[in-house]
Design a protein around this ligand. Structure first.
Ligand SMILES: [Zn+2]
Length: 457
């Protein structure tokens, strides 16, 4: 670490962390200390926090008071097992109830507002109290450092809408002195923009490369295409979307640095993150309680299910059993790193990213796209859209080596995965458009989206 980095780490960062919230340095020490705790201690602490949240929610939010009463649950005796007796909280409910979900204990308090349209397209706003936000930031910062990066080191971000630009000169100053981030705006990404970003990576040699999994992949892909060997950062963090195996492989090979994959969302911040062992994502146990549900029962290790979150660190707008809209699987066994926090083996995608076969089987869109994209030759990019249960649309960006053989391979794979009754159409395009947030969706199932809308109504 050079002199400049040390100046940022030892002088400017501590100042800025305290300026953001004076509680942050203490929270950082506390979360770091807790990582060494045994599994029983971690579980006991979560149970205590959960009971405290339940008591607070029932006492200060009429919505929860009614739910607990209907389920005949005494919040003072609440245990994690009682969660299953409460209904889950949908995005639609949050949108419709809005400020009704804010705790009366926080009326008139300054709250942080997080807006998202999430993966289901339901725009919603979640409010977070300042102490909760400081705690979440501290947990995220420690997870950042698990990648190998250390605070003070410069950052390169492949992300939509650089945030600092919204805050004028103050934002500029914060970026120049604190985040030291150079940006690739993923809302305006083309080959020329990626080339400029790579040129700046070579000059600035940032210590952390951070971004949407696929955006970082595109940067790596472009380097490979141009035979450029960029400087190796100390850490790489991918987030906001599923990281495919082939993407991780290429990113690690081009940047000669392991990828630390992370899972979170705007509403609750960090949910889980890989440790230096890179064998699954440890739950951010002191901030969130995570359930994975197959139907309405807990999923077994390895079984995919819906992610349901109870936010242990936001008391301003309690989220109890919030259906975040993603699908994940638990990992079994202990991690080599020794931390007790349970791990998700993988976050496989959003609900709509699964497809259903005519025979009623679920297929993970992630595995599906990965299979089709890696086994059918000549595909530069692929999006699979399930329009009807027996009709698929393949949106394909062709690579230079696309040939007639590819269409035969595709036909074989459709038959093999979906059975002979499934029809499909290929639509060749120059680019697959991103969602307004800048994220890509590899696999969209209108069939599942419709079914779930029906359930929600
Ligand atoms: Zn670990």
């Amino acid at each position: 670490m050079g002199l400049t980095d040390r100046l940022f780490r030892d002088v400017i960062w501590p100042m800025w962390l305290r300026r953001d919230d004076p509680r942050t340095p203490g929270y950082l020490r506390e979360i770091e200390r807790r990582r060494k705790d045994a599994p029983e201690i971690v579980a006991a602490r979560q149970a205590v926090r959960l009971r405290r949240l339940a008591c607070h929610a029932v006492a200060t939010v009429p919505y929860y008071r009614d739910l607990f009463r209907a389920a005949r649950i005494d919040p003072a005796r609440f245990t994690p097992a009682d969660l299953l007796r409460l209904p889950t909280l949908s995005k639609t409910t949050i949108r419709e109830r809005g400020d009704d979900l804010i705790s009366s204990a926080y009326r008139g308090e300054p709250l942080i507002s997080k807006k998202t349209s999430g993966s289901t397209g339901v725009p919603l706003r979640v409010r977070i109290d300042e102490a909760g936000m400081a705690w979440k930031r501290a947990a995220t910062l420690l997870a950042d450092e698990d990648s190998g990066w250390r605070r003070g080191g410069a950052i390169a971000k492949a992300w939509g809408n650089p945030e600092y630009k919204q805050f004028g000169w103050r934002g500029w100053l914060r970026n120049a002195l604190y985040e030291r981030a150079l940006h690739l705006d993923t809302l305006k990404m083309d080959a020329a923009a990626i080339d400029r970003f790579v040129d700046r990576l070579i000059v600035r040699r940032p210590a952390l490369l951070f971004g949407h999994a696929h955006s970082v992949y595109l940067v790596a892909h472009r380097c490979r295409e141009r035979s450029i060997v960029p400087p190796a950062p100390a850490g790489i963090i991918t987030t906001a979307m599923v990281l495919h195996g082939f993407e991780r492989k290429l990113i690690e090979s081009v940047f000669r640095c392991p990828v630390t994959n992370r899972y979170g969302c705007e509403e609750v911040s960090l949910i889980a993150c890989e440790c230096p062992a890179h064998d699954g994502l440890h739950i951010n146990v002191d901030s969130v309680f995570v359930e994975v549900l197959a139907g309405d029962r807990p999923a077994a290790p390895g079984q995919p299910g819906d992610v349901v979150i109870t936010d242990l660190s936001n008391f301003a707008m309690p989220l109890v059993r919030y259906r975040v809209g993603d699908v994940a699987r638990w990992s079994a066994g202990e991690c080599a790193c020794g931390r007790a926090a349970p791990r998700l083996a993988a976050v496989e995608g959003r609900e709509a990213d699964y497809v259903v076969t005519p025979s009623g089987h679920y297929i993970s869109g992630i595995s599906l796209t990965e299979n089709f994209a890696t086994l059918v030759p000549g595909i530069a990019q692929l999006q699979i859209v399930q329009e009807k249960v027996d009709f698929l649309r393949f949106r394909i960006v062709r690579a230079a080596d696309w040939a007639a053989g590819a269409e035969v391979a595709l036909a074989d794979m459709v038959r093999e995965r979906f059975g002979p009754a499934t029809r499909y159409e290929c639509e060749f395009t120059d680019a697959i458009e991103r969602e307004p947030s800048g994220k890509y969706r590899f696999c969209i199932s209108h069939v599942l989206a419709d079914a779930r809308r029906g359930q929600a109504a």
